[in-house]
Design a protein around this ligand. Sequence first.
Ligand code: GLP
Length: 252
Amino acid sequence: MVICPDHQAIARAVAEEIVDYIQGQKEKGERAVLGLATGSTPIGVYGELIAQHKMGISFSHVVTFNLDEYFPMSPQSRQSYHRYMEEHLFDHLDIPKEQIFIPRGDIAPEDVGEHCRWYEDQIKKAGGIGIQILGIGRTGHIGFNEPGSLPDTRTRSIRLDEMTRKDAGADFFGEENVPLEAVTMGVGTILGARRIILIATGEHKAHIIRRSVEGDIKPQVVASYLQQHSNAVIYVDPSASGELLSAICNHF
Ligand code: GLP
């Protein structure tokens, strides 16, 4: 757990780690494989990566896998995670299109299972995820793995929790317009990443951060599974760390 003074300080620290990894892979002549998240939380990190690219860092050897997408959802829709990623990151970097993977929300329901197996295969073929970026939902979800998700789950379709749909309501001009389902990487898929960086900022995340970090490891709080990962770090601002009881934190 690392406490940074604010969102921007977290963004800088996380982007620096990502750039070090990307550069290291380049020197070895290998691809860098990133797992990417959406929501408001990673926007600062993406801004920093874009700034690094403007200063000359190339992302042409980077392969990316996004965590999730609403279902059903057209990639052109303003609420789609496809569109979010283009606007906040991909339109500003030099990652070849064929190296960008995002679960699809625009396929027939009967094809979702096969698509999910294909997605898992692509992650394997890329050599697994090097760094996975995560936000956290107020339900404790990572990706869209809602309460009840088990640690060995793989990419699949999932029914969204009421609280998640409520939180997404503003983006959809009303909770009733939020899709009922999503396609998400599984908990096992996420835990397979060699490095995991979860970011949480704001007072509204303080309660779930405490339950995730100090509570029992259980499917009701999916982010608590990160306690079992040997190379996971959580970056928080002072507000999101506000309910922690222990002093297991490094101040940055
Ligand atoms: C959505 C995404 C999650 C994200 C969460 C938190 O549910 N599927 O990946 O972590 O929202 O969003 P925010 O970062 O806006 O708080």
